[in-house]
Ligand binder design. Structure first.
Ligand code: NAD
Length: 438
C-alpha cells in the first residue's frame, strides 16, 4: 500500500518507518526543511532506540522517502496519516492550527479518494469538525479516521510494531477496511484492533493518558505524605503494587511527569471537562500536584544553601524528561535548572542523548560532554532522569571530585543507607534524608 505521513516528529517518523518496515511504500512529509534535509542526508532529527536501523534499511530499499512538499505526499499515498503537534495553551485549550493547516492543504491537493487518518491527539469532536472542514475544501471523495497513537518515546519502535491495541474511530466500512489492511500485519499473536466511533477513539487517548498521569500524581502526593509521617514511599509503592487490582506500573514517585503528552493532555482533558459542564473534577488537580512535585527539592536546597545560590555549582544528571529519549519538552530537569539559574547558580548538565536539545531550550545551562565534567567541583548532584548508566556510579571518585558530598535523587534510584555509608548527604523523594546531620 502507498502511505503518506504528515509530520516527521516523534510519532510521524516512527509510524512512517514502521509502516515501511511492513512492506508499504511510505512518504513522510514535514514543513520543517531542516528535518527533511537531515533525513535525506541519512540522519534522524531525533534520537529513538532502534529507529536509525529501520529507517536506513527502508530508505535503502526505497520503501521510505522524505519530502518537504505536502502536495507531493498527498499525490503519493492512498492513505494519509497526520501526526502534527497539538499543543495546549495555559488553560488547556488545544491549538489545532498545525492540524487544520495540514488537513486544509491535504484537501487542496487531493486528486481522488483519500483516507485521511488523524494520529495527532485531539479533543473529542475534532474529527467530526475536520470532516466538514475538508468537505468544504474538496469535491473529491474521502474518509476520515481517528487513530490515536499510544507509543512511548524510548520504546516507540517496539510499541508501534507490537501494539497493545490499535484504536480506529471511523464511520464508513471503506475506512474500516483500509485500516484493517494497514494494521493486520502488526498483529501476529492476537488481534487487538478496536473499532469505534471517532469521538470515543479521541476520548480513549485522553482517558488513557489522564489515568496514567493520575497514578503518578497520586503516588507523588502519597510520597509527600510519607515524608511527613515517616513512611518510606518505596516500601509503600511495592506494597500497594502487589494488589492485583492496582498492579505495579506507573507507581514510581519522582520529580513529576513531563514530555509532550501528559502535561498537555491532562490540561486538555480538564478544558474539555469544563466545556462539557463537568467542573471541579480531578484533572486540574493532577496537573497541580505535578507542578508542586517539581519543587520538592527546593526546601531542602534552601536548608543546605539558604536562598541565594550565587557561586553555587549544581550538576544535573539527566536532562531528558525520561530515559531513552532526547526529548526535553516539559522536562522536570529543565524546570529545576531554570530555578537554579534564576537564583544565580551555575548549572551543569549531562545527558547521554538530550544535551543538545536541553542547551537549545535553556541557553544558560552548561551541557557537558561527560558526567565527570558535570560533577567536577559541584556543590550538589541532582539525579533527574533515571538513565541506566546512572544507576551504578563510582561514588568514591565522584565524592573526591565534588566540593560537597551532597546528592538529590529525584528518581529514588539509590539506597539511602548506602549513600550515607559512602559519606554523602542524601535527599530523595518520599523517604527520610540520610547521611551527615540531616
Ligand atoms: P512533534 O512536534 O515531534 O512533531 C510534529 C511534526 O509535525 C514537526 O516535525 C512539525 O514540523 C510537523 N508539522 C507541523 N505542521 C506541519 C504541516 N502543516 N505540514 C507538515 N508538517 C508539519 O510532535 P510529536 O511528539 O510527534 O506528536 C505529534 C502528535 O502525536 C501530537 O498530537 C501528540 O500529542 C501525539 N502523540 C505524541 C506522542 C509522543 O510520545 N511524542 C505519543 C502519542 C501521541
Amino acid at each position: 500500500m502507498r502511505i503518506s505521513v504528515v509530520g516527521a516528529g516523534y510519532v510521524g517518523l516512527v509510524a512512517g518507518v514502521c509502516l515501511a518496515e511492513m512492506g508499504n511504500s511510505v512518504m513522510v512529509v514535514d514543513s520543517d526543511e531542516r528535518k527533511i534535509e537531515l533525513l535525506n542526508s541519512g540522519r534522524s532529527p531525533h534520537f529513538e532506540p532502534g529507529l536509525d536501523e529501520l529507517r536506513v534499511r527502508n530508505q535503502m530499499n526505497r520503501h521510505l522517502s522524505f519530502s518537504g512538499s505536502l502536495p507531493e505526499a498527498v499525490g503519493y499515498g492512498e492513505v494519509v496519516f497526520v501526526a502534527v503537534g497539538t499543543p495546549t495553551s495555559a488553560d488547556g485549550e488545544v491549538d489545532l492550527r498545525d492540524l487544520e493547516d495540514s488537513v486544509s492543504a491535504i484537501a487542496g491537493a487531493m486528486d481522488g479518494y483519500r483516507l485521511i487518518v488523524v494520529k495527532s491527539t485531539v479533543p473529542p469532536g475534532t474529527n467530526s469538525r475536520l470532516e466538514k472542514f475538508i468537505r468544504s475544501r474538496t469535491r473529491h471523495p474521502f474518509d476520515l479516521a481517528s487513530n490515536p497513537e499510544f507509543l512511548k518515546e524510548g520504546t516507540a519502535i517496539q510499541d508501534f510494531m507490537h501494539p497493545d491495541r490499535v484504536i480506529v474511530g471511523a464511520r464508513t466500512d471503506r475506512a474500516r477496511n483500509i485500516m484493517r489492511h494497514v494494521y493486520n500485519p502488526f498483529f501476529r499473536t492476537g488481534y487487538r484492533l478496536m473499532e469505534t466511533d471517532p469521538e470515543s477513539a479521541e476520548m480513549i487517548k485522553y482517558a488513557a493518558n489522564v489515568m496514567l498521569a493520575a497514578r503518578i500524581s497520586l503516588m507523588n502526593e502519597i510520597s509527600q505524605i510519607c515524608l511527613a509521617v515517616g513512611a518510606d514511599v518505596e516500601k509503600v509503592r511495592v506494597g500497594v503494587g502487589l494488589d492485583r487490582r492496582i498492579g505495579p506500573s506507573f507507581l514510581f514517585a519522582g520529580l513529576g511527569y513531563g514530555g509532550s503528552c501528559f502535561p498537555k493532555d491532562v490540561m486538555a482533558m480538564a478544558h474539555v471537562a469544563d466545556k462539557a459542564g463537568v467542573a471541579d473534577g480531578i484533572c486540574r488537580a493532577i496537573g497541580a500536584v505535578n507542578d508542586r512535585q517539581r519543587e520538592t527539592f527546593l526546601s531542602f536546597m534552601e536548608k543546605e544553601f539558604g536562598g541565594d545560590w550565587a557561586g553555587r555549582v549544581f550538576a544535573l544528571l539527566g536532562l531528558a524528561y525520561k530515559p531513552r529519549t532526547d526529548d526535553v519538552r516539559e522536562s522536570p530537569a529543565l524546570f529545576l535548572a531554570k530555578t537554579m539559574l534564576d537564583r544565580g547558580a551555575t548549572v551543569r548538565g549531562f545527558d547521554p542523548e538530550a544535551n543538545q536539545n536541553a542547551q537549545r531550550a535553556l541557553p544558560g545551562l552548561l551541557a557537558m560532554d561527560t558526567l565527570e565534567d558535570a560533577i567536577k567541583g559541584a556543590d550538589a548532584i541532582f539525579l533527574c532522569t533515571e538513565w541506566n548508566e546512572f544507576r551504578s556510579l563510582e561514588w568514591t571518585g565522584i565524592k573526591a571530585a565534588m566540593r560537597r558530598p551532597l546528592v538529590f535523587d529525584g528518581r529514588n534510584i539509590y539506597d539511602p543507607e548506602e549513600m550515607a555509608e559512602r559519606g554523602f548527604v542524601y535527599y530523595s523523594i518520599g523517604r527520610r534524608p540520610a547521611g551527615g546531620n540531616v
